[in-house]
Write a protein that binds this ligand. Sequence first.
Ligand SMILES: *Cc1c(COP(=O)(O)O)cnc(C)c1O
Length: 431
Amino acid sequence: MKSNEALFQRAQKVIPGGVNSPVRAFRAVGGTPRFIARAEGAYMYDAEGQRYIDYIGSWGPMILGHGHPAVLEAVQKAALDGFSFGAPTEREVELAEEILKLVPSMEQVRMVSSGTEAAMSALRLARGATGRNKFIKFEGCYHGHADALLVKAGSGLATFGNPTSAGVPDEVVKHTVVLEYNNLAQLEEAFSLHGREMACVMVEPICGNMNFVRASVPFMTRLRELCTQHGSLLVFDEVMTGFRVALGGAQSLFAQQIPGFAPDVSVFGKVIGGGMPLAAFGGKRAVMEQLAPLGGVYQAGTLSGNPVATACGLATLREIQKPDYFDALSVRTQSLVSGLVGAAQDAGVPLVGDSEGGMFGFFFADKLPQNQAAVMATDKERFNRFFHGMLDHGVYLAPALYEAGFVSSAHSAADIAATVNASKKSFAALS
Ligand SMILES: *Cc1c(COP(=O)(O)O)cnc(C)c1O
């Protein structure tokens, strides 16, 4: 049998850092990443045959758990008909119809292969449609790794940001305004300074890239008003929250609390492909028709709307529409979070948690953080020790404190109970 350590050594010779996406390398928590051999339902098995209850779910897509029979069947059938044609298919139309039915703020949708591509294209579309260059993003929100979106906050209030990555010229991010999440004063100031030049505001409505932080209702209400007032598009990056926190995404939750609420453009990924490379962005017809071949905003992809990926996404979206699906998933996720918080309390360890649908977060802190600075001020050393404690007990949590967790419908009440039990031992080791 191959060991994780031996595979990691071998991987590091031929792949930078041994991984094809940085967080997989366990750099934040230390130790050796697990090399996964296979997965089934709520479980992943590593190269050493060790079983883990999986709370990453490929960082969100696996909402049905791994290898759901209906999805497997759809994918196998689609693969027999051909992998890729570079020509339109009926299935893309079916998937588009399905998505639009679930997300009423959109009248048209364009499919791509990754969340990065979808967010990047949505930004280009917003700029093309408004004829403006500047846009706002929030510190701690991740919108994929397109150059203009890889920006951290500048030093002053409502100033332009600095690149977070080498290889991104200052010129490329000079139109990116980075503000603190949930900070109304900064939002007001940015719009009063630059409102007329602002193409869009891109936001994770529940931010899963700083663990789990909700945009407050007053913040979202004002954000919508300011965008409308200044002719800027409100772009919801629902790559993580879409079809995950609720069937209609986070926008459906804000629409319940803010009368008439809807974003102008929405970006999807992760669950939409059910584990295959598929993502999408969409909005009102007038905006979407700015895209090539109808309009002047260019956007394309060799594998876009891939027939096997669309089959996987379609089968996934059909499963999550079954009666009571989200209610049951929410209850299960809530039981995990309350179990963890209770176990921590019993061990005298300060812990807070939150969840929506099948997405959750927890923090070693006294209260839920509202922005990235507060997330980063939570107890990292405790998180890292807890992470390894849980891993040793066969529970696979996200290997960094600024990542969200995911529960699938394959997680049973017994899986949650086993996880909470493991947490009791891990919390005890912390206090
Ligand atoms: C994962 C994620 C992305 C990027 O998607 P990829 O498929 O990894 O390129 C963009 N936005 C959000 C909110 C995400 O969570």
